[in-house]
Every structure is written in C-alpha cells, then in structure tokens.
Design a binder for this molecule. Structure first.
Ligand code: UDP
Length: 243
C-alpha cells in the first residue's frame, strides 16, 4: 500500500480516497504487482483481533476502509481516512477500467441466480469487459480443485470473490500464488446487490451513516454479526484511553 497507511486496532488501512485508490490499483496491475483487495469493516477488524492468521493475511493485503465505523475510528485516533470505499462501488469502478481496457473478469460466489444475474447486468453495463467465467459460491469442497484449475486456465485480470467475510479473504489468500491473478478482491454481498436481489440503503440513510442499520432491518438475522460494531467502537476507545 506504499506509505499511505493508517492503523486501526493493528490492521493497516490504505488512507487513499476512492479515485486515488482506483488509479493506484490500475498502476499496480500495470506494474505486474499481484494485489488482494480487502474492503474491511469493523467486523473484519474484530475477527483479526481473535485470529492471528487472519491478521497476518490482512498485513499482506491491500485493505480499504469499508464501513463508517472505520472512518470514525480513524478520526478518533487522528488518522487521515476521509471516506468509505465499499465493495460494490469499487467493483463497479474496476469494471469501468475493465471496460476501457478489455480486461478479462471472473465472478466467483453468491447463489446461482445472483451469480448469473450479476454477470448479465455487468456485461450489459460494461460491454467491452470480457466476463470469461463465473461460478456460484455453493460448490462442494471436492469441486474446489476443479474450479481453481478452471480459473487458472482462463487467466482473468480481475477475480471477484463473493463468499462472505472472512471466508472469501481466506480463499483468495490460499489461492493467490497458484492463480497469479493481477487483482483479486472479496466483494461480500455485492453480486446480490448488482443482481437486484438485495437493495442497498437509500442515499439518505447512507448520508446519515446508517447503512448498517438499514442492512440490519433488511436482514435481522445479521444482528449477531453486527454486535461486532459496538464492540469495535468500545475497543477503539479503550485503546485510545490506554495510550
Ligand atoms: N455465499 C456463498 N457461499 C456460501 C455462503 C455465502 O456464495 O457458502 C455468498 C452469499 O450468497 C452472499 C455472499 O456470499 O452473496 C455474502 O454476503 P454477505 O452479505 O454476508 O457479505 P458480507 O457481509 O460478509 O460482506
């Protein structure tokens, strides 16, 4: 990530804004640097607190601030993170680059329907990007080898992995070397959103920094996972008082 790094509870975050991130990623791809992008929210930072192997993985990755909690945490610790970089938006921005440059793209993950619809929508919106392959995220463990081989054979420039966090990040890290794909990125529920099966919070909720609440109301079963948010806030303040 170069020298533009903020550290939140031991996790290194890029401090670049959205546009600067896109240009930096394109530059890295053109320089032949393999990059694993993680859009990290408070939940991911809290997983890193408990799982040293996952924290190590994040040290090797290009971590961008997803979740308003990360932006606030940076503010409370006087670090220069100015805006959220969400998975959906970064995916779309990279597809725009793929459209301009004729890059090859592979989409792994989400339900068969979401995967298919997302591929169709993206192909309509970015006609010169080449979606060379796709596969839903509900494969059996014994099918994984075949999938990895297939992706390797297709040699995409971009691989988006929608298996949910932290599984998608662990999947990418486990296969990064073998696949040698210039840019791999975990995108969580982005295919569901692009497919039109899940709605993102309306702009006004996003502006009020309440997208997390909207998600919770839409999918109440997430409450247990979202307990990570208050725990994250508490831990950041505790560390600040201690310092
Ligand atoms: N998913 C998948 N295989 C699985 C479990 C989940 O492909 O075995 C997909 C799921 O369909 C969804 C995405 O992974 O599209 C996870 O979405 P979620 O909103 O939970 O993302 P997160 O909040 O983890 O970023």
């Amino acid at each position: 990530m170069g020298n533009k790094v903020a550290t939140i509870l031991g996790v290194p975050f890029s401090t670049r804004g959205f546009q600067e991130t896109v240009s930096d990623l394109v530059n890295r791809m053109e320089a032949g640097q393999l990059t694993h992008v993680v859009t990290a929210n408070p939940e991911i930072v809290m997983i890193a607190q408990e799982k040293p192997a996952f924290r190590k993985l994040l040290d090797q990755a290009y971590v961008v601030p997803d979740g308003i909690g990360i932006v606030y945490a940076a503010k409370w610790t006087n670090q220069p993170i100015t805006e959220r970089i969400t998975g959906v938006e970064l995916l779309e921005a990279m597809m725009e680059q793929a459209d301009a440059r004729g890059w090859k793209v592979y989409l792994l993950g989400a339900s068969p329907e979401a995967n298919r619809l997302a591929a169709e929508r993206l192909q309509e919106r970015y006609p010169r990007a080449r979606i060379v392959g796709r596969r839903d995220g509900y494969f059996r463990p014994e099918e994984e080898r075949e999938i990895v081989k297939e992706i390797g054979r297709l040699r995409p420039d971009l691989l988006f992995v929608a298996l949910g966090a932290p599984r998608q990040e662990e999947w990418i890290a486990a296969h990064q070397e073998e696949l040698g794909i210039p840019l791999m990125m975990g995108v969580g529920g982005s295919f569901d959103v692009i497919a039109g099966l899940v709605k993102r919070a309306p702009m006004i909720w996003q502006r009020l920094h309440l997208e997390w609440l909207y998600r919770l109301l839409q999918q109440p079963s997430r409450w247990r996972r979202q307990l990570a948010i208050p725990l994250f806030v508490w831990t950041v303040w505790r560390e600040k008082w201690r310092a």
